[in-house]
Design a protein. Structure first.
Length: 464
């Protein structure tokens, strides 16, 4: 057995538990492991390995309810069927409460399975079980709403998988366990990124587009959109179309005068660091384009550079507006020191933006956890015909975001993004024509992110 693939890259240990995992790594050479060669079953060997893994290392005391390595580990043991009872969220020693325990959200699909059945699933296909635990199960039980859990979940399971392999606990599982290490490498990068991305998107360019390119819901089905209109939401107001040309000019006059220095605060309150709980992004209006309390303000640098976008906002309007879950297909970063042609507005704006190609999410992602994204919806559409029929279940879209977005490196192909995507069109209808003089790197239509309410890892899995 190759030992190199079972070593740990300590550089991947980030966050509040990095020192703990470094100590675990250093202690691997002196671990006392009893791998008896009796006639015990795979189930018994897995349970024995879980016990010795638990007892053979230090576990930090939890400082938050339902957060931390020990709680995550107990949840994992219940998920794979080693434990019969689901762990409850124990009160912390310094909690001001009455010391009582509380039950967190439950995954009802798991409750229907007996522990032996869950353990059989893990033995048969550990990669799928681990993928479900780190994605759909972690979401349904609320594990992902704490940054501390996102930082440690994949690493703890990686330690356990390598513990099983290094000590040859279950020889018959070696070939099925090893593929899970690839999934866990992706999870170590993507899971902590979920929280950071949620707090930093939409980007500045998308927020500017949302501010000056307004859209409103339609009430009739356009013939060039291959989807039924969404059901009307009771009490929901439509965004009126207004004369943003005059408003934009007035805003530019104000920005040209002295203005207070930009801040990273929201509504006068400092942004909390990435070590706190985050809110369930499926709650209505969270990160909504109409709810300023949850939006990062447009930074002053973006406001100062709005002059570069004046002609863009005056000559463009919105096209199709789609609410859906899409998967990142590719990310195209503009070449360094690209020199745009100032002769055309699009050739000034686009070469400096990152292009993210989003493809429709596969139907298999849906386990009805997020009802709003079960089916894609077209919320609005232009009055005139588009160059081609738009089918949200088969058509790729190209999203433009700021090149200097600090968290761009956290986006990975295969990750799922749930939100509202707004198409941008030329007001003069030029997108209907066959351009002969447009540069090859200029898109005739593109999209911006109106809001982002759901982020899924590339290894998202659901229990069938």
């Amino acid at each position: 057995m190759s030992s190199q693939t079972l070593d740990f890259d300590v550089a991947t240990f980030q966050g509040r538990y990095s020192s703990l995992f470094r100590r675990w790594t250093q202690a691997r050479d002196v671990e006392l492991v009893n791998t008896s060669t009796d006639n015990s079953t795979c189930h018994e060997r897995i349970k024995k390995a879980a016990e010795t893994f638990m007892n053979g290392r230090q576990w930090p005391q939890s400082t938050e309810v339902g957060v931390g390595p020990h709680y995550v580990w107990q949840k994992f043991l219940y998920f794979i069927g080693v434990h019969n009872e689901e762990p409850i969220e124990e009160s912390c020693p310094d909690d001001d409460g009455d010391g009582l325990s509380s039950e967190g959200p439950k995954d009802m699909t798991l409750c229907a399975l007996k522990p032996d059945d869950r353990l059989t699933d893990f033995v048969r296909d550990p990669s799928t079980s681990i993928g479900i635990f780190l994605s759909s199960y972690a979401r349904s039980t609320g594990l992902i709403w704490a940054d501390g859990n996102l930082e440690c979940m994949a690493i703890i399971i990686e330690f356990y998988v390598k513990y099983l392999l290094c000590n040859n606990f279950v020889p018959s599982m070696e070939s099925s366990l090893r593929p899970s290490l690839v999934l866990l490498e992706a999870a170590k990068l993507e899971m902590p990124a979920i929280s950071i991305l949620a707090k930093n998107f939409p980007d500045g360019f998308s927020r500017l587009c949302g501010k000056y390119l307004r859209w409103e819901r339609f009430s009739s089905i356009p013939p060039f959109v291959n989807t039924p209109p969404p059901s009307p939401v009771e009490g929901q107001s439509l965004r009126p179309r207004v004369d943003w040309s005059s408003i934009l000019c007035n805003a530019l006059d104000q920005w040209s005068s002295s203005s207070p220095q930009a801040s990273d605060d929201i509504s006068g309150h400092a942004i909390s660091p990435f070590d706190g709980r985050i809110i369930d992004c499926t709650v209505p209006l969270f990160y909504s384009s109409t709810d300023k309390a949850f939006r990062k303000p447009v930074d002053q640098g973006g406001l100062a550079s709005i002059a570069n976008h004046v002609e863009f906002f005056l000559t463009h309007t919105t096209g199709i507006v789609e609410r859906s879950l899409r998967r990142i297909k590719s990310i195209q970063v503009p070449p360094p020191n690209s020199e745009p042609n100032p002769a055309a507005v699009d050739e000034v704006i686009q070469p400096k933006k990152v292009r993210i190609v989003l493809e429709p999410a596969p139907a298999s992602w849906n386990d009805h956890q997020v009802a709003i994204y079960c089916e894609p919806e077209i919320l609005a559409a232009p009055e005139h015909e588009l160059p081609q029929v738009h089918d949200p279940q088969s058509t790729d879209i190209v999203l433009l975001i700021d090149e200097k977005t600090e968290v761009l490196a956290l986006l990975k192909p295969g990750m799922g993004l749930g939100g509202t995507w707004v198409q941008v069109l030329r007001k003069d209808g030029a997108t209907l024509e066959d351009f002969e003089n447009v540069a090859d790197d200029v898109l005739l239509t593109f999209w911006y992110m109106d809001n982002l309410t759901l982020i899924m890892p590339s290894f998202w899995s659901v229990r069938q």
